[in-house]
Design a protein around this ligand. Structure first.
Ligand code: ADP
Ligand code: MG
Length: 664
């Protein structure tokens, strides 16, 4: 297969920019689909009303005059000759175009027409005139230094020179059945559409392909599960378990009890458990998981609890010690930062069975880890583990029962499809005494109010989370970063409280240390990226301040907000943003994670619902689980039929799909 760097025009610099967009291969490049299309329909000056949008092409008639203002602002004015007359054009912040806008150059201007002044205030200028009356222009996610035009050029170059090498994940029989265009043609059209109709046809084909590939894997896992009848059959001593439950310092909610019952029945039944436990942040899933592990331990089996981050693993470990400290159950913590010596001890303990429960990160499913009698595997924040990891877990050791926990509630119908290979338990009810978290949307100009609110909380000896989308300053982004925020917070609160930073690029030891300090109230303001998004539990923290809140999906914001309101004090969440207020306002009204995830669905397709940033294979490039649900169901049916059809067992495609599941 031709490599990305071999595409004509792609040099080392553009290669690294492409990498930034997660494009590493030719296949990634040609499936970097436009996220929208601009429809440019050439207008006539006389036919466009005052103040209306206009798209018009013509030739630059006068040398553009550039004016520079304070704060990096600039404006350019020039005249444009069009087929329907001469018109003035003015555009802000495109000084860099000046050298290209030579007199006589053909361009297309998009903007608003002021009829009295005969001037277009342009929002965009494209070099080149429209060849047809209507042009559909693909718009890609770009990165600074890599323009829409660059991307389009590279993509088309790749399609031209190696379009035939791009794999198609739809088996030939279905290509024929649905009369699909071949992959190369489809890609050509999606990147260079000419009419609406064709575009829709092609989009559906590519969506189907993506969903077919995904559902094939889900179906495969489901079939594998079915084949494994040799699950563990246990007899759980309910009275012993009840004794343990009595030691828990609070009363379980009815939903928690129901989930526990469902899990216990699964553990007792001879077939393997494969269950998703979903519930809003703070609904109390963890204790349910602990009880399941105790039940498993009472039957003499080991349990493994896998968390997506070291911070979370550590927290589970500490909690487990708290709840199980008085029992004979031996617990170990295994993460990437466990020392070599400790690791060896833990490996030994797991192998000889002296460790009953092990908590950790992905380290738990590495090859070196051998269990004596692993009976139960629990993964926290299931949506962060993709199909691959799920497969890997199931391949590990003897066939343990598996419970996945997810705090991103998925509407039931979708859950049943996407997690078609699982049973689902849902916790809706919240523990008693939980207060609603007051949520406010604020503008950057209201920062003084925000600092005032923070000050009030600090006076009450409460702690605060402050979230920024970036870690450090970035030359191509104005977004807030944690280091800048630290300076600002220091300025406001210096000498009064301790302020510290935690982010994803820190060494895990350093990260844990700071989280530990925050937990112990040695740090009062914790500035962070979304690494605190999941699970961290510090009841004394009552305020969550999120900068550039519009950069996050609602589900993520809801997760972040769930970090506060964990104690008895009234808590609040402040969302700071100058844009997207309407979407953010949903957060002010709504505190039900299920409703919020539905809203996210509506607004962003599957958006970050499935933790696209982390999980990789849950993120679809073109399909959306909600709006393409019909295609999903068809792909589900077809991929199952294909999977079960023995005649196709020697298909290269089938082998390839199966191999891709096994390799984690
Ligand atoms: P999540 O579902 O987000 O994982 P947790 O399990 O972390 O929620 O629970 C949040 C907090 O609520 C924890 O401090 C936990 O000990 C507490 N908690 C769980 N269940 C109950 C309950 N039934 N009554 C009171 N507090 C509870
Ligand atoms: Mg949790």
């Amino acid at each position: 297969m031709t490599e990305l760097k071999d595409v004509k025009g792609v040099g080392p610099k553009s290669l690294s920019l492409l990498n930034k967009l997660n494009i590493y291969t030719i296949e990634d490049l040609v499936t970097h689909y436009p996220f929208r299309y601009d429809i440019l329909e050439r207008n006539d000056l006389s036919l466009v009303g005052d103040g209306e949008r206009i798209v018009i092409d013509g030739k630059v008639e006068s040398v553009p005059i550039l004016m520079r203002f304070k704060a990096g602002l600039n404006k350019m004015n020039f005249r444009l000759v069009t087929n329907s007359g001469v018109v003035g054009v003015s555009i802000f912040n495109r000084a860099f175009l000046k050298n290209q806008l030579l007199v006589g150059t053909g361009i297309t201007v998009i903007g608003k027409l002021d009829k009295t002044k005969n001037v277009i205030t342009a929002s965009d200028i494209k070099l080149g005139v429209l060849t047809n009356k209507v042009k559909i222009e693909p718009v890609y996610h770009c990165t600074s230094g890599l323009t829409n035009k660059n991307l389009s050029t590279y993509i088309n170059m790749a399609l031209l020179t190696c379009g035939k090498e791009i794999p198609d994940y739809i088996p030939q029989e279905y290509v024929e059945k649905y009369n699909f265009l071949n992959k190369k043609t489809a890609l050509n059209i999606i990147h260079n559409p000419s009419t609406d109709e064709k575009l829709n046809e092609v989009r559906n084909r590519l969506k189907y392909e993506e969903l077919f590939e995904f559902m094939f894997k889900i179906n495969y896992l489901k079939e594998q599960n079915k084949k494994e009848k040799n699950g563990l059959k246990r007899v759980i001593d309910r009275s012993k378990l009840e004794k343990f439950i009595k030691t828990i310092p609070f009363e379980l909610t009815n939903d928690q009890k129901k989930a526990i019952d469902e899990i216990l029945l699964d553990l007792e039944s001879p077939s393997r458990m494969n269950r998703l436990l979903q519930g809003d942040v703070g609904s109390g899933k963890t204790i349910v998981a602990f009880i399941a592990m105790v039940a498993n331990g009472l039957c003499g089996y080991q349990s493994a609890l896998m968390a997506p981050t070291e911070i979370l693993a550590m927290q589970h470990f500490i909690n487990l010690e708290k709840f199980l400290g008085k029992t004979k159950i031996k617990i170990a913590l295994l993460t990437g930062s466990t020392t070599k010596k400790e690791k060896q001890d833990i490996y030994n303990g797991l192998k000889d069975g002296s460790i009953n429960i092990v908590v950790g990160t992905h380290a738990l499913i590495q090859d070196e880890v051998v269990y004596s009698n692993l009976g139960l595997v629990i993964t926290d924040e299931q949506h962060r583990f993709g199909v691959h990891q799920r497969a890997n877990l199931q391949n590990k050791g003897i066939k343990p029962d598996v419970l996945y926990m997810s705090a991103t509630p998925i509407p039931r119908t979708y859950a049943l499809t996407i997690f078609g290979d699982m049973e689902v338990s849902t916790i809706k009810e919240r523990p008693k005494g939980r207060q609603k978290i007051d949520t406010y949307v604020k503008k950057n100009s209201e920062i003084k109010d925000v600092l005032g609110m923070m000050y009030e909380e600090l006076k009450k000896k409460h702690q605060i989370y402050v979230i920024a989308p970036l870690i450090e300053e970035s030359e191509n982004s104005d977004l807030t970063n944690v280091y800048k925020l630290k300076d600002q917070m220091e300025l406001a609160f210096r000498g009064q409280v301790e302020i510290d930073i935690v982010h994803g690029k820190m060494a895990s030891g350093a990260k844990d240390l700071i989280m530990e300090k925050f937990k112990n109230n040695e740090v009062q303001i914790l500035i962070s990226t979304t690494v605190v998004e999941v699970g961290v539990d510090v009841p004394n923290a009552t305020t969550m301040v999120i900068f550039d809140a519009d950069r996050f999906g609602l589900s993520t914001l809801h997760q972040l907000r769930g970090r506060v309101g964990r104690g008895t004090s009234k808590s609040q969440c402040i969302l700071i943003s100058d844009s997207d207020a309407e979407r953010l306002k949903i957060m002010e009204k709504e505190d039900d994670g299920f409703v919020i995830s539905e809203e996210d669905f509506k607004l962003r397709g599957h958006g970050d619902l499935f933790g696209t940033r982390q999980s990789g294979d849950m993120s679809f490039k073109i399909a959306s689980i909600k709006s393409d649900y019909k295609i999903l169901l068809q792909a589900k049916k077809d991929s199952r039929e294909y999977l079960l059809n023995k005649e196709t067992n020697n298909d290269e495609l089938k082998k390839k799909l199966i191999a891709s599941i096994a390799k984690a």
